[in-house]
Structure formats: C-alpha cells, structure tokens
Ligand binder design. Structure first.
Ligand code: NAP
Length: 244
C-alpha cells in the first residue's frame, strides 16, 4: 500500500533539509526522483543512487515564481512535492516590503504556479497522482517575528484545500504536511538562541527537535495508494506540539 514503484516525482528544494529527506524517502519507496533546487542536489542524488534508487538533479530558482511553469510538459510526472521555502525574521513594525515579497514569491506564489503546471499536464494526460505541499505549524498559529512566513503558510493551507476540491474528482490527491520544529537551516537561528530553543523544547511533548527524516514517511504516505481517499488534509508531524 505504500509502494511508489513506477512513479516519477519532482521534489523542490531537495538539496538539503526536509526536501532532501523526502527525496530519499520517495526513492526508497520506489519512485524515480527529480531533485530540484537553486543549487545542485548532488548529495541527495548520490545518497539515493548509493541505496539503489533512481534520481537526477535539476536547477530551478523559484525566486522567479513562474519558474515551475516550464517543468512538467511531456515529462511524465505523477508526484509533486512543493517543499522549497524561505524565512525572513524581523519585528512586525520593521518588516520590509523586500522581505515580504521574497518570502511570498517562493513560499506561496511559486508553490501555486508550480502546482498549476503539474496539474495541467497530469489532467491533460488523464493521470492519477499526488501533490504534497509543505505547510507549517504557522499554517495554524501566528508565530512571532515572521509575518510573511505566517501569511504564506496560512496561504499554503488554503491552496491545499482549494486544489484538493478541484482535483480530487480527477484522481489527484492534494494534501500538506505541517512539520513541527525540525533541525534544518530554516531553524538554525532559533536553535542558536538559547532562550527560544529552551522555550520550544519545553512545549514539544516528544521532548526533542524533529529530524528531516521524521517528515519523509508522512510525505511517502500521502503519495501512496494508502492515502487514496485522503484529500485536502494538513498532516502535522510535530512531536505533539499541536496537541499541547
Ligand atoms: P532548508 O534546509 O533551508 O530547505 C529549504 C529548501 O528550499 C532548500 O533546498 C533551499 O535551497 C530551497 N529554496 C529556497 N529558496 C529557493 C529558491 N528560490 N529556489 C529553489 N529552491 C529554494 O529548510 P527546511 O526546514 O528543510 O525547509 C523546507 C520546507 O519546510 C520549507 O517550505 C519550510 O518552510 C518548511 N518547514 C520547515 C520547518 C522546520 O522546522 N525546519 C517547519 C515547518 C515548515 P538553498 O539550500 O539553496 O537555500
């Protein structure tokens, strides 16, 4: 029920962190994985190949939010993992338009227009498939000092439901994973702040930061036949944070 043999997946931001772990997880489940990043995804591709899987690297910079439009036609994809994302921190009263636009472009506008291009191609072929968007706890909560990130991740939650409504009748499952606090580049500043780090740890029932590998299984599941009746959901993988 969890096999992805014969499926072809595009993972954005697959050179590091959560995207890298998801790419490796999809390949372990049998998918052919195209690892897309603004930097080459050589380490991810090498890890997958050494484990006997199939992967290639693709350079795409989502600072141009329409960059995903050219990726899908005639390429035979049936899985899209919209993972690429950035975060810029500042107090709300100091937040700049430059930071707002950069975050919204990569986290929300690129995510939508990449999904649009994926869906156009797959629907035209009458194929079945899956989109997994990477949301956040800040798809549910407000956060602090990250206004554009919070707005973008709330937007990801809404778009996940909208796309599920439109595409579920055609056999495309659109869902999201909402990671908790995962030790990646994205959260380095928080882990380096002793006070914030302790406050975060104190609230996580599992008592530790998550690892990128903790997210991979949820993404594999949402792409697999096991999730065939799962549409428009946000699956929190957070060590229990949202239950607290
Ligand atoms: P990360 O290690 O910084 O990974 C982010 C990925 O996105 C990197 O591969 C990055 O490339 C890529 N990316 C950024 N801007 C891009 C662009 N313009 N074009 C193409 N790729 C771009 O952090 P992460 O934690 O794994 O983040 C992955 C996703 O999980 C993000 O959507 C993030 O918001 C989400 N998330 C993370 C956490 C957490 O606690 N870590 C929690 C909730 C949600 P570079 O390596 O070149 O920067």
């Amino acid at each position: 029920m969890f096999a992805l043999t014969g499926r072809k997946a595009l993972v954005t931001g697959a050179n590091t962190g959560i995207g890298q772990a998801i790419g490796v997880g999809l390949a372990e489940a049998g998918a052919t994985v195209v690892c897309a990043g603004r930097r080459a995804c050589d380490e991810t591709v090498e890890t997958i190949r050494q484990a006997g899987g199939s992967a290639t690297s693709l350079l795409v910079d989502f600072a141009d939010p329409m960059a995903g439009q050219a990726l899908f036609d005639g390429q035979g994809y049936d899985i899209l993992i919209n993972n690429a994302g950035i975060i810029r921190r500042a107090d709300a009263i100091d937040y700049t338009e430059t930071d707002w636009d950069a975050v919204m472009d990569v986290n929300l506008k690129a995510l939508f227009f990449t999904a649009q291009a994926f869906g156009r191609d797959l629907l035209a072929r009458g194929g079945q498939g899956a989109v997994v968007n990477i949301a956040s706890l800040l798809s549910f909560q407000g956060g602090i000092r990250v206004p554009a990130y919070t707005a973008s991740k709330h937007g990801v939650a809404g778009l996940t439901k909208l796309l599920a409504n439109e595409w579920a009748p055609h056999g495309i499952n659109v869902n999201a994973v909402a990671p908790g606090y995962i030790a990646t580049n994205n959260t380095e500043a928080l882990r380096n702040d002793a006070e914030r780090n302790q406050a975060i740890l104190d609230r996580i029932p599992a008592g530790r930061w998550g690892a990128p590998e903790d997210i991979a299984g949820a993404a594999v599941y949402l792409c697999s036949p096991a999730a065939r009746y799962v549409h428009g959901t946000l699956l929190s993988v957070d060590g229990g944070w949202m239950a607290r």
